[in-house]
Ligand binder design. Sequence first.
Ligand SMILES: [Zn+2]
Length: 184
Amino acid sequence: MGRRSPAGAPRPHPPARAGKGLVRALVRVGTGATRRHGAPRRPPPDGMVCLRCGAVFLRKTWRRSRRRLLEAAARSAPIGRCPACRSVAGAELPGRLRLEGAYVGLHEAELRRRIANVAARAAFTQPQRRVVAIAAQGPALEVTTTSQELAHRIACELCKAFGGSAVYHWSEHGARLRARWRRD
Ligand SMILES: [Zn+2]
């Protein structure tokens, strides 16, 4: 758990490129805030493109959009990895949801569709929150996500759509969620 391969270590951000100053100025106008409350990880430079998924960091958010990507490409943006892709690579998945009960085996396709649907909606506004895998484990389904919020949301949506019940176990600092949804 606490082990981390050297390859997974955070790499320094590439140097700033032309155009960054302008983008940053716009960002300042948009948000006004200077954020400096001892964040553990430095924010990526504005306009950074995730090499793995193509998300672009602008106005303090990672977003996957064709327009952003084209704009970034036009100004030779800095490249790196977004938190979702880092999380996948480092196998530190904060969200885990297990679907159990007889209902799961009988309605697997519907459940998968519903999960994909919730994930797609989340990806639209917050691409760093993603479903990594939906794996069958015997009669159960195991959903892993890049954020505990998404795992929580999926469990809530399953309760709304299919009934059943969910239990949640957060880690000490709330960074990870192990949830279980059950319907017999
Ligand atoms: Zn990414």
